[in-house]
Design a binder for this molecule. Structure first.
Ligand code: UD1
Length: 408
């Protein structure tokens, strides 16, 4: 059924998380607004509380009183439910000179090491040891340094931005990640008194300052949630205005959707997306921003299962990020894996089936396929979905989708 109407995108999970941890850098009370209601946000708030910060939530705002830090440890229980917990390493080291953070361990979408975070912090003078599954970092004084990232890592760049803001002297991050969430974090740190230049480019310069003021910031809209609604409109041949979709955050996705025959028109505070009668097959290759986001790969694959022809999707950021393939196949999709690529032969008919969500973005792709499939699709393990999509079933239902949540 074609989706029609307007939908509002929530605040970006991947921006809110580093901003929440950045509050640890200031001896005061910070406020973050436009925070989405998600399981990962709850985990982050819980972690801040465990560290001794006082947290309060009201509507979509979170207040963090970080005047007293009582613990420097992020436990295995929290880190294993959310890898982004490792983002407390930089702030704790800068504020307390000491941090103990569990290693994240296995992850459904590949190995996902944090070696580049650790190498960067070592370059700033930290001593890092591994002990019983925990990373222990200590330092007397962080000192600015030149750091080259072998891979432009989002989390690594964020950890280093936060640590270097309170280091002595200048830090230069080379081959830094350029995602919009990095730009927001750097702007937020600057509003706290940091001196950061170049965020959004591959070279970022940070002149360390002695002290940072508390933060008061509005989280940017979630570009992955926005992209997911854009695909929902396209896959159902609908017409949806996605409020909060920011064109400059979505250039790669927009180009590829246009290539597939989707109409996309910028409007005052969002993008209108009109799905075609027949989708054209399009090849994509994920890469770091401004390339095609790996976090949109599974959803784009759902779209391509409906294209009139064969497309190839190559995943270059994470290994093992094709777990949605088996589930899409259960719905009648014709997909073959060839190393790091998936070859998709589009079909007119997807059929509803019981399927299982394996990770956050995979669960979104199954919902998208379900919107386009005949009969009913039942997606289980939707706790993955609740990590990163705020009330997705309600938002889709308001656009005319027949979707509801059942007790698992
Ligand atoms: C962030 C996002 C995630 C997104 C990913 C890539 C958050 C909370 N999560 O994750 O949704 O899918 O960016 O856009 O913002 N790597 C190393 N060593 C390191 C760090 C990373 O080898 O120390 C590798 C990773 O294994 C991966 C690549 O670098 O292959 C990119 O990872 P990274 O950008 O760090 O992703 P995250 O910050 O974990």
């Amino acid at each position: 059924m074609p989706l029609r109407g307007e939908v509002q995108v929530s605040g970006a999970k991947n921006s809110a998380l580093p901003l929440l941890f950045a509050t640890l850098l200031a001896d005061g009370i910070s406020e973050i607004h436009n925070i989405p209601e998600l399981r990962d946000i709850n985990t982050a708030v819980k972690l801040l509380s465990e560290l001794g910060a006082e947290t309060a939530r009201e509507a979509d705002s979170v207040r963090v009183d970080a005047r007293q830090i009582q613990s420097i440890e992020a436990s295995y229980d929290l880190v294993k439910t959310m890898r982004a917990s490792v983002l407390v390493l930089g702030p704790l080291l800068a504020r307390c000179g000491h941090a103990r953070v569990s290693l994240p361990g296995g992850c459904a979408i590949g190995a996902r090491p944090i070696n580049l975070h650790l190498k960067g912090l070592e370059a700033l003078g930290a001593t890092i040891t591994l002990d019983h599954g925990y990373v222990e970092a200590t330092v007397d004084t962080l000192r600015g340094a030149k750091i080259y990232f072998d891979i432009p890592t989002v989390g690594g760049t964020e950890n280093l931005l936060m640590a270097a803001s309170l280091a002595e002297g200048e830090t230069v991050l080379e081959n830094a990640a350029r995602e919009p969430e990095i730009v927001q974090l750097a702007e937020a740190l600057n509003s706290m008194g940091a001196e950061i230049e170049g965020a959004g480019t591959a070279i970022i310069r940070i002149r360390g300052v002695e002290k940072l003021q508390p933060l008061n910031v509005q989280v940017i809209p979630d570009r992955i949630e926005a992209g997911t609604f854009m695909i929902a409109a396209a896959i159902t041949g609908g017409d949806v205005l996605v409020h909060g979709a920011v064109q400059k955050h979505q250039e790669a996705l927009i180009s590829k959707m246009i290539e597939a025959g989707v109409k996309i028109a910028p409007e005052a505070d969002g993008l209108r997306v009109i799905g075609p009668e027949k989708l054209a097959p399009v090849d994509i290759r994920t890469s770091v921003f401004p390339g095609f986001p790996t976090d949109m790969q599974a959803q784009f694959m759902a779209l391509m299962t409906r294209a009139a022809g064969t497309s190839r999707i190559s995943e270059t950021v994470f290994e093992n990020r094709f777990m949605h393939v088996c589930e899409l196949q259960r719905m009648g999709a014709d997909i073959q894996i060839d190393g790091h690529s998936a070859i998709i032969r589009g079909t007119e008919h997807l059929t509803g089936a019981p399927v299982m969500a394996t990770d956050l973005r995979a669960s979104a792709s199954l919902i998208l396929a379900g919107l386009a499939a005949e009969n009913t699709t039942e997606v289980s393990r939707i706790y993955h979905l609740d990590r990163g999509y705020e009330k997705i079933e309600k938002k889709l239902a308001a656009l005319g989708a027949r979707i509801w949540r059942e007790q698992e």
